[in-house]
Write a protein that binds this ligand. Sequence first.
Ligand code: HEC
Length: 103
Amino acid sequence: MRLPIAFALVLACAASAGVAQAATGDEVIAAQKCNKCHTAKTTKKGPSFADVAAKYKGDAAASASLFKGLKAGGKMGDEDDHKKLEVSDDEIRAVVAVVLASK
Ligand code: HEC
């Protein structure tokens, strides 16, 4: 009788779908290893997020342009081949909010 196995699979999928809810900006940054090149305060290979926030301070278009840059990857600032963020749009927005709130 195969039904119980199918039922267990459905339950397992439902359980993992529950876990895969949207991550916070900080979680995405950690999971995507942005910290290899950026930290909140220290300049590494890339600028600190505080420097990015300072650069865009008062720029109303900043979130939209950072969102676009992170979603598409490629050219960002002086970096020609920037890492692309392959997560949901909401999660990219959360990351941009964390970056722009850094100081
Ligand atoms: C391999 C190193 C590296 C990784 C990994 C990396 N970045 Fe960058 N990032 C850079 C460099 C270099 C720049 C360009 C700095 C400049 O403009 O001079 C940059 C620029 C940026 C900028 C500023 C763009 C601008 O318009 O000034 C943001 C925001 C950013 N990165 C976010 C992220 C996020 C979020 C992640 C994780 C998904 C990430 N980066 C992963 C190296 C990296």
